[in-house]
Design a protein around this ligand. Sequence first.
Ligand code: HEM
Length: 151
Amino acid sequence: MTSSTIEAPRSPRPVARKRRVNWEKWGWLYMRGSGVLLIVLIAAHLFTNLIAGQGGVKAIDFAFVGGKWSNPFWKVWDTLLLWLALIHGSNGMRTIVNDYVSNPKVRKTMLIALLASSVVLLLLGTLVIYTFDPCPAGSLPSDLPSFCPAQ
Ligand code: HEM
């Protein structure tokens, strides 16, 4: 009878070259770190948008967003929320694709599509936050935040 040795469950996966960056480990750590930060970011986001103003979801309109993004604090907050959640979500999707898509060509196509869509959404989202004009010319005053000059 032959015997074989089973590695301890937590042994690191053998890598071809030594001292290579272990991206899977950093991805694993990123999911935990961003998860903790997202709890704080999402809780404050929901509280200020839905509870603090007392108007609930019905109070969220153009003027509300314009008012919020006139404050650099909320711009940075929303940028962090966008980047951390989008990278968290797409890295999580990458894990799911790697786990369930067995055809290498389909898997590669899905991973490239995931990367491309994430990059586009990150760039567009960041562009929107930092180029947003709360007082666009020609708008109805009733649609705009109160600090906009009368047109
Ligand atoms: C309170 C906020 C959040 C916390 C604490 C959190 C935490 C986590 C953790 C710890 C994992 C890793 C699970 C594992 O490896 O088994 C994970 C996976 C994942 N998360 Fe989040 N997350 C949060 C928000 C989000 C958001 C906003 C999205 C979408 C944009 C998202 C999408 C995913 C996906 C797709 C996975 C992969 C699931 C899997 O591996 O089966 N999460 N999350």
